[in-house]
Ligand binder design. Structure first.
Ligand code: ASP
Ligand code: MG
Length: 415
């Protein structure tokens, strides 16, 4: 049994859905398919949720109309009529009903209840399409199977319950093909949760782990894992083979090709993960497996943009030692700010993190205990397998606000 995961870009229009369908047909294996929201729909749902949370009726409609139009265009392309997908119609009326009510005061909770419709609508349309094409497919609501705690927007998996429900649901007795949603989970009281943005890869890995899959394939719009993001770096090199450990390091530093939590469940059971191109499905792609290092000795670049670089020092000139560090880190934890880089000296502690909607509140909290200086909109560049030339290429002509160079990794905060 294999697991395939298709992201939003692969199902962004009718042709995309047809292409995914043909890849699934050619799988020659029992298959569990995990699919994300279509195209950039998760962003559109985030806008919808903001309007809903702020009780702005006009903005709700303004956000909902393009979401409906977009999906119905795809339904029309696939079936000839915008009304043809029964499952889609059911979910869209469910969503519209919800939006007629009033939201709670818990932003993250509402986010998960609303944004989850991206994956529900996407898999609803595709399940109906597959049935219409004679594919023997069983649609599963992953919220009943992937059980989590109630940390909305970043839910933690309950492995015991998830194993129990998945093993019951994916028996391959009545179907050779299952279709389910990425990114979503459900609490024990059946409220919808999500695993964090881009979490569908993680879903595929969870299913792979629990079901002891032969392998997991992530189908992408790039030929595999590259040594940099082709959107900002010209002349990328494809990596053919990479160890779990190296890939975990890359995703930890922010390589977007794989969601950071994805590899651990696979590494634990030695299940290989393929990253392949849905544009060129027969090409080899990248394999992530048990091996040593990376098959290509090239520098690997990871860029994180929209970073805040903050430096804080205690008002009373006390040293940044163990107790102070605990104090600092607990403020970061309280605001759930993930440090992408940290550094300290006797009197200064510096860190880089992603800008978020409550960054202001977080900086104010720091300011109660420390003197705070910060730069916004800086970049964090990480180079693994670096060379002097690679460092020069990335930093020349830039102001370096901070740097960390170890034997394997060079990191720079740049303005
Ligand atoms: N649709 C979700 C997102 O865009 C999950 C995913 O695509 O992996 O973040
Ligand atoms: Mg996506």
């Amino acid at each position: 049994m294999k697991v395939y995961k298709f992201g939003g870009a692969s199902v962004k229009d009718g042709d995309g859905v047809r292409n995914v369908t043909s890849i699934v047909r050619n799988a020659n294996s029992q298959l569990i398919v995990v699919i994300s929201a279509m195209g950039k729909m998760t962003n559109a749902f985030e806008v919808l949720n903001d309007a809903w949370f702020n009780k702005d009726e006009a903005k709700i409609q303004e956000a909902l109309v393009p979401i409906k139009n977009y999906h119905e265009e795809i339904v029309k392309d696939l079936f000839g009529s915008a009304q043809a997908s029964v499952r889609y119609n059911e979910f869209i009326s469910q969503l519209e009903n919800r939006l007629c009510g009033v939201s709670s005061m818990h932003f993250d909770y509402e986010y998960d209840q609303v944004v989850s419709y991206g994956e529900l609508l996407s898999t609803a349309i595709i399940a109906d399409y597959w049935e219409s094409q004679g594919l023997d497919c069983c649609w599963q609501d992953v919220r009943n199977l992937l059980k989590t705690d109630d940390l909305y927007r970043d839910a933690n998996v309950d492995w015991e319950l998830t194993t129990k429900y998945m093993k019951e649901a994916f028996q391959f007795a009545d179907a050779g093909l299952y279709l389910t949603q990425g990114f979503l989970g459900g609490t024990i009281s059946n409220l919808t949760t999500t695993l964090g943005r881009e979490g569908s890869d993680y879903t595929a890995a969870i299913i792979g782990h629990v079901m002891d899959a032969q392998d997991v394939t992530i189908w992408k719009d790039v030929p595999g894992v590259l040594n940099a993001d082709p959107r900002w770096y010209a002349g990328t090199v494809k990596i053919n083979e990479i160890s779990y450990l190296e890939a975990i390091e890359l995703s930890f530093y922010g390589a977007q090709v794989i969601h950071p939590k994805t590899l651990k469940p696979l590494q634990n059971k030695n299940i290989p993960m393929y990253v392949k191109s849905f544009v060129d499905p027969t090409a080899t792609g990248t394999i992530i497996c048990e091996r040593k290092g990376i098959s290509e000795m090239v520098p690997v670049y990871i860029l994180k943009t929209n970073q805040v670089f903050v430096t804080i020092s205690p008002f009373d000139f006390s040293f940044i030692m163990e107790d102070k560090l605990i104090e600092i880190i607990s403020i970061f934890r309280k605001y759930r700010v993930k440090m992408n880089l940290m550094q300290n000296s006797a009197l200064n502690f510096s860190a880089c993190f992603d800008r978020k909607r409550d960054t202001e509140a977080f900086l104010n909290a720091l300011n109660k205990e420390f003197s705070v200086r910060y730069n916004e909109d800086v970049e964090l560049i990480t180079i693994r397998q670096y060379t002097p030339e690679a460092i020069e290429e990335m930093t020349s002509g830039r102001e370096v606000l901070d740097s960390q160079v170890t034997r394997k990794v060079a990191r720079f905060v740049l303005r």
